[in-house]
Write a protein of this length. Structure first.
Length: 479
C-alpha cells in the first residue's frame, strides 16, 4: 500500500525463517508490517480499490502517523538465524541485507534462545547525481529486549519523523539524520521517547547474505524447501532458443519459468511458493521423498539452464534491478544487460568465481550493487559507473572509484564493462592473499591501485582519458 509514499514500506523478513524452530523473522516482518501499515480506509476510498483485496491490516496495535506522513520512505528488514542441518551450529543469515535499510533488526541467540535484538539504523543505497547524497550501511543503535522492541522501533521512526529533512527530499532519509547528528545523539532521542535498550553488542555479526538456493530441510515441518534461482526475478516463458518474450521484449533463454510455477504447485499438493529478498523463489513444504521428482518437474520446463547451459556460480550470485524498459527512472538497461554480461564473463572463464555482480539502471541502486563484489550503476544510455569495496556476502559497502578527488570509471561504455570486470578478476586471482575474496582484496589494495592496474591495460586506457570531480563522500563509511 502507498508504494511510493512517505511511509513505512513493505517490511521484509527471511522467508525460510517461517519454518525455523529458533526464530521466525517472517512472522516478525508481518507483525511489524501490520503495525506500521498506513490506515487502509482512505487508500481504498481514494484509489477505488476493492476492499476484498486489502488484507486485514487494521488488527492489533498500529503506529500513529498523526496528521501527516513521514518525511520520506522508510524501509525495515528482519534478518534471521538458522541451525545448520549437518553440524547443528547456529548460523546468522542476512539474506535481507538488513543494514541497507533505514532500520534493520537482527536476533541475538544464546543457548538456542533469542535473548534480544540488535537494531541498526541509517542504511540506504539510493543516491542522486549532482546532489550531496551517499549510499551507506546502517550502524548499530542498540540491543532491545522482546518486550521493548515495539516501543523502541516506534521511537526510532518517531525521531526520524521529527528530525528528517522535510524540505530537501534528497537529504530526507534517516541515514542523513544519523550522518549529521551522530548515532549517540540518535540514541539519546530514542531514550527521551521512552525507548529502553542496551548499547550494541560488541563484535556482533548478523551474518552473510545467504541465497537459499537448492534444498533445505524445514525444522518445524520436517519437509523440504527448494530455492530456485530466477534470473533477475523475471518469470516469463522463454523459448530455449532464446526467442524474445513477446510481452517484455526480454531475451532470457531460461525456459518456461512462468508455466513452471503453477505446474509445480499442482503436481506437488501442499507445496507453497515464497519470494526471497534476492528475487528468487522458495518452494516450501515438499515431501522429502519427492526430491528427485520435484527437480525433474522443474527440469521439464527448462529450469536450471540459460540457452542450454547450466547456471554458473557467478550467475546465480549476481543480479540486477529491472531498468529499461520497466522503470521510468532508468537511464539504461540493467535486467537486459546483466545476463549478457555474465554470458561474456563465462566465455572469458569466470563463470565459477564465487563473487557477485550487481547492476542497476540508475544511481538509486535498488538492487544494491554497492554491497556486491562489483557494482555497475547506470549513468547514461549504455554507460555504467563502477563501484568497488562491497563483497559477495553483503557485509561491506562499496564506493565509487575516487582517487585524489577525481572520480574514475564513471562512464564505462557497455562494451567495455566485461573487459573491466575480467581485468579486475584477473588482478585478484594473480595477487590475492590466501583465501582472500574479491571484496577483501579490493579494500586492501584501494582504489588507486585498482585504477593503476586497469590503466596499465592498453585495451582500457581510453577509459581514463576523462575523470569527473569526486561526488560527496561522507567522512566515514560504516563497515
Ligand atoms: S535502480 Fe533500477 S529500478 Fe531502481 S530506480 Fe534506478 S533503474 Fe529503476
Amino acid at each position: 500500500m502507498n508504494g511510493c509514499g512517505d511511509n513505512v514500506r513493505n517490511v521484509m523478513g527471511c522467508p525460510l525463517s517461517k519454518f525455523s524452530d529458533l526464530y521466525d523473522a517472517h512472522a516478525k516482518a508481518h507483525e511489524y508490517g501490520r503495525y506500521f501499515q498506513i490506515p487502509s480506509a482512505p487508500h481504498v476510498q481514494v484509489f477505488a480499490i476493492d476492499p476484498n483485496y486489502v488484507r486485514d491490516m487494521e488488527a492489533g496495535p498500529k503506529y500513529d502517523y498523526g496528521d501527516k506522513l513521514l518525511n520520506r520512505k522508510f524501509k525495515i528488514a528482519f534478518s534471521a538465524v538458522h541451525r545448520d542441518e549437518q553440524t547443528g551450529e547456529i548460523t546468522y543469515d542476512n539474506c535481507v541485507e538488513l543494514r541497507t535499510n533505514d532500520m534493520g533488526i537482527a536476533p541475538i541467540v544464546e543457548d538456542e534462545k533469542v535473548v534480544g535484538y540488535q537494531v541498526y539504523v541509517g542504511g540506504g543505497q539510493g543516491e542522486k547525481n549532482g546532489k550531496p547524497t551517499f549510499a551507506t550501511l546502517g550502524v548499530p543503535l542498540g540491543v532491545f529486549s522482546e518486550e521493548n522492541l515495539m516501543h523502541g522501533l516506534k521511537s526510532i521512526v518517531d525521531v526520524h519523523k521529527e528530525w528528517g529533512d522535510r524540505k530537501n527530499r534528497h537529504w530526507a532519509r534517516l541515514k542523513y539524520v544519523v550522518h549529521k547528528q551522530g548515532v549517540e545523539w540518535y540514541r539519546e532521542q530514542v531514550r527521551e521517547k521512552g525507548g529502553v535498550f542496551e548499547l550494541p553488542k560488541p563484535g556482533f555479526d548478523p551474518g552473510p547474505r545467504m541465497m537459499h538456493h537448492g534444498w533445505t530441510t524445514l525444522p518445524t515441518t520436517g519437509k523440504l524447501a527448494y530455492g530456485a534461482y530466477i534470473e533477475n526475478g523475471r518469470l516469463v516463458d522463454s523459448d530455449p532458443d532464446a526467442v524474445q518474450d513477446s510481452r517484455s521484449g526480454i531475451v532470457t533463454g531460461n525456459g518456461q519459468l512462468k508455466a513452471m510455477v503453477p505446474a509445480a504447485l499442482q503436481a506437488f499438493p501442499g507445496t507453497e511458493v515464497m519470494i526471497t529478498a534476492n528475487q528468487d523463489l522458495l518452494f516450501v513444504n515438499i515431501d522429502p521423498d519427492a526430491k528427485e521428482t520435484f527437480e525433474a518437474k522443474l527440469a521439464e520446463f527448462g529450469y536450471g539452464k540459460r540457452k542450454g547451459k547450466a547456471y554458473s556460480t557467478l550467475r546465480v550470485l549476481s543480479g540486477s534491478c529491472v531498468g529499461l524498459p520497466t522503470c521510468r527512472l532508468s537511464y539504461t538497461d540493467s535486467e537486459q544487460f546483466e545476463p549478457e554480461l555474465i554470458d561474456e564473463l563465462e566465455e572469458k572463464g569466470f563463470g565459477e568465481v564465487h563473487e557477485s555482480i550487481g547492476i542497476t539502471g540508475c544511481e538509486r541502486q535498488c538492487f544494491r550493487p554497492g554491497t556486491k563484489s562489483i557494482g555497475w550503476v547506470g549513468q547514461g544510455p549504455d554507460m555504467y559507473a563502477l563501484k568497488l569495496g562491497g563483497s559477495e556476502d553483503g557485509r561491506h559497502q562499496g564506493t565509487w572509484v575516487v582517487v585524489d578527488d577525481q572520480w574514475h570509471l564513471r562512464r564505462v561504455p557497455r562494451e567495455d564493462v566485461s573487459k573491466v570486470t575480467a581485468a579486475l578478476f584477473e588482478w585478484h586471482h594473480a595477487n590475492r592473499d590466501n583465501g582472500e575474496d574479491f571484496g577483501a582484496f579490493t579494500r586492501r589494495m584501494g582504489n588507486a591501485a585498482a585504477v593503476a592496474h586497469l590503466r596499465s591495460r592498453s585495451e582500457l586506457e581510453h577509459l581514463f582519458e576523462k575523470s569527473f570531480p569526486a561526488p560527496f563522500i561522507p567522512p566515514a563509511q560504516a563497515v
